[in-house]
Ligand binder design. Sequence first.
Ligand SMILES: Nc1ncnc2c1ncn2[C@@H]1O[C@H](COP(=O)(O)OP(=O)(O)O)[C@@H](O)[C@H]1O
Ligand SMILES: [Mg+2]
Length: 379
Amino acid sequence: MNLPVANAGAQSDLANVVLDAICHPVLMVDAKNRITYANAEAEDFLRSSAAVLTRSELARFIPFGSPLLTLVEQVRERRSPYNEYRVDVSSPRIGSEKIVDLYVAPVSEIAGSVVIMFQERSMADKIDRQMTHRGAARSVTGLAAMLAHEIKNPLSGIRGAAQLLESAVADGDRPLTRLITDETDRIVALVDRMEVFSDERPIDRAPVNIHVVLDHVKRLAKSGFASRIRITDEFDPSLPMVNANRDHLIQVFLNLVKNAAEAVGDDPNGEIRLTTAFRPGIRLAVPGTQDRVSLPLEFCVHDNGPGVSDDILPILFDPFITTKQNGSGLGLALVAKIVGEHGGVIECDSSPRGTTFRVLMPAWRGGEHDAAHDEEETV
Ligand SMILES: Nc1ncnc2c1ncn2[C@@H]1O[C@H](COP(=O)(O)OP(=O)(O)O)[C@@H](O)[C@H]1O
Ligand SMILES: [Mg+2]
């Protein structure tokens, strides 16, 4: 990248125009953390003109002890870019409640220089939404417990009575008694699905190889609901283990693959793709604490179906949201609950050409292999 440093030539004029058009603050600092460049948005954000900024040290604007300063040091030392999400950069000068995502990268052409881009919220929004999903799942929890008691018990009575009647009624009426038993079975199955939400026991976790889980889900799908759909995969074979409950992870990916298969439908070109990748840069703040967690494991389920309909996208992970005639709308609510319990995050990217569900999870940190992998990936 050709950033304007001293004499502005034609190229740097253009770079200026481009950087000013970006609606996020962009700064460059030199090896001593003096600001050497600020775009128009950065002037706004730091409430100072570029002329003042470029005579100042970064520390003048950023609160003492801010993770940003550490991050800049780290990027300079490692000479590789790093992102940090939900960093509080509030200060009397910048204003209160300034939570930003930071994208920090070294400028290889100018020794020691580092470029910083601030992006207000975005990932923070995702976390808030994640919290909402968990809240929504909790509201199902109480309902599920009530339903189990108030509905399942009477239903078993109704079912038993219908079965008794079956032997007594005339042949012509038998389909009616069968209808009663079939429909009660359907309701019991629905209540059973909801009961998963009321299970609040701590989950048993162990190091799980995600590829074993995904292969299993793929086999289940191919032998059942997705027998005619092409399912491909692209796995990172050196991916560390995930600290998880294997059965719960199977539920997550079975639900995502089932939705993908339903989205693709009978389309002969329909395809589902499972991918895994290691992304060491993804770190999230744990809301309400000073902790930051790293979520380097990325597992995706892509499909080339028609996409999620716009009107449900903002509430996609809420329970009972469905566009299917016989849908329960509980699949994604359960997926969000399980991913949340594992300390992960789920996001959905959708367009009329396809949909991607992206699950980010922390890595299991118990083994030597994992530590070695971390080293080589993050340095
Ligand atoms: N891969 C996908 N492509 C398009 N829409 C999807 C996809 N996954 C989920 N959806 C939408 O999200 C809704 C909720 O999904 P889910 O919670 O699994 O419930 P259900 O499958 O019972 O409808 C679906 O009805 C569908 O409209
Ligand atoms: Mg579903």
